[in-house]
Design a protein around this ligand. Sequence first.
Ligand code: FAD
Length: 504
Amino acid sequence: MKDKYDVVIIGSGLGGLVSANILARHGYSVCVLEKNQQYGGNLQIFVRNKNIFDTGVHYIGSLGEGENLNQYFTYLGIMKELKLLKLDDDCFDVITFDDEEEEYFHAQGYKAFSNSLIGQFPEEEIAIHAYCEKIQEVCRNFPLYNLDTSSKGYSIDVLNIKISGYLDSITNNDLLKAVLAGSNFLYAGGKNTPLYVHALSVNSYIKSSWRCVDGGSQISRLLIKRIKEFGGEVYNYQEVVRFGFDGEDMTSVITKGGKEIKADMFISNIEPKLTVKMLDGKGMRKSYVNRIKSIKSMISAFSIYIVFKPKTFKYINHNNYHFKNPKKVWDAQEYSKSSWPEGYMLSMGVRKNQDEWSNNLTAMAYMKFDEVAQWKDTFNTVAEESERGEAYEKFKKEKSEIFINELEKKYPNIRDCIQSVHASTPLSYRDYIGSNDGAIYGYEKDADNPMMAFLSPKTKAKKLFFTGQSVNMHGILGVTISAVLTCSHIIGKEKLMQSIKASL
Ligand SMILES: Cc1cc2nc3c(=O)[nH]c(=O)nc-3n(C[C@H](O)[C@H](O)[C@H](O)COP(=O)(O)OP(=O)(O)OC[C@H]3O[C@@H](n4cnc5c(N)ncnc54)[C@H](O)[C@@H]3O)c2cc1C
């Protein structure tokens, strides 16, 4: 490790690695510091009974030829080597409800998407077409989403529209509304979620939907390979604990091990709320720091990871979003102890040479941090399951049982197929990712107060930039764009976009 770099990046999540890749390509000396053993943040995988599980990548949108994420990944030099499996064209997501026998399909491509839903809701043809038009219209407002430098950018009016209000304006059919919003675990959506958050998420998957073969960590592995080829450096076990200043001038970061690393610029890929804590009151005005501290974090999750006995459970090449009833699509986060989980998202891991049998599945449901608050002073970043004590293990077991009971309603034979069950809680997300109270996707976006969660990558401290899921959008596509935006403040937007376009 050198004493000084052009740019030090704190955190090796997707945003940190994409930023490092871009800056290294443009000749900057970069150094990425990661606190954990594994790089990638939410791209991390873990292995149980020889099965690879993803922590935060179930499927990725828009990786088809010519689509936006494909173009960004091509520029980053990782697209060709990614091992992907396309989800079923006629159904990449299925939306289901306890009290509805019928399953509702989201198909890939707008034509197939609308035709499939019109087949199930023939009387709603006009509303379904209007919805598809609107989603694409909203997405056209976001220049970087379209690799477009000519557009002036989005208008504030787009930020104020709620997905719930928009759907009310096109149809009275509550079931159709729930089906259209049914994949809202993707962005932890509710009634106040802005339409643009919904649109940017679902549009990317409607374009095309893919699973990562043997896990999403291939993305971080490939990004790091390219960073190193361009002379960048990446280090694990380097937890940054504070920034160093010369007067008010930010000059370095200091790690837990006491190492000081100097740089001309700093990019924080960790949550802004946690970043400002490391400033020790320097470098930023108090009002700005207080604004960041007051932003509401998103809810967390409880996930179960099931390993199946060999050749017992069929592989399903789509995801399932399931709710107790259509109303729960809008408030699954408002559960009580007895009603949990109000809904879940279920997805399967895919391996090389995938056959008709599944080795494993992951299912996730919302969970508030309060539920695990009694263990908040325990920390764990290695797979020592008993570290938080017996009561915690009991809690996980009880919740897993309740969850499996729910899954059994939809998949009646599932229990007989299970070889082992593993679980993660809001504490796992907090400790493995470093997110505030285990928030799954960063900060809550509310159409009633759209500017509240809006943070520019250019911070009020002269040399410090933010990147990652708390800035702009979360998800693999959203964070990649967030990193492009961050780097555009360093390299210059025109220059960066030109180099991206030249690479295609
Ligand atoms: C359960 C779940 C499911 C998801 N499913 C999908 C999906 O199917 N598709 C999709 O597109 N997106 C999905 N996402 C979202 C997506 O994975 C994330 O939005 C994205 O990976 C976040 O990237 P990031 O750059 O914000 O970094 P993060 O992943 O937040 O990583 C931050 C990194 O910083 C490190 N760090 C923290 N503090 C320090 C410190 N002090 N010093 C050094 N390093 C530090 C952390 O260890 C971590 O490696 C999912 C997320 C979750 C939680």
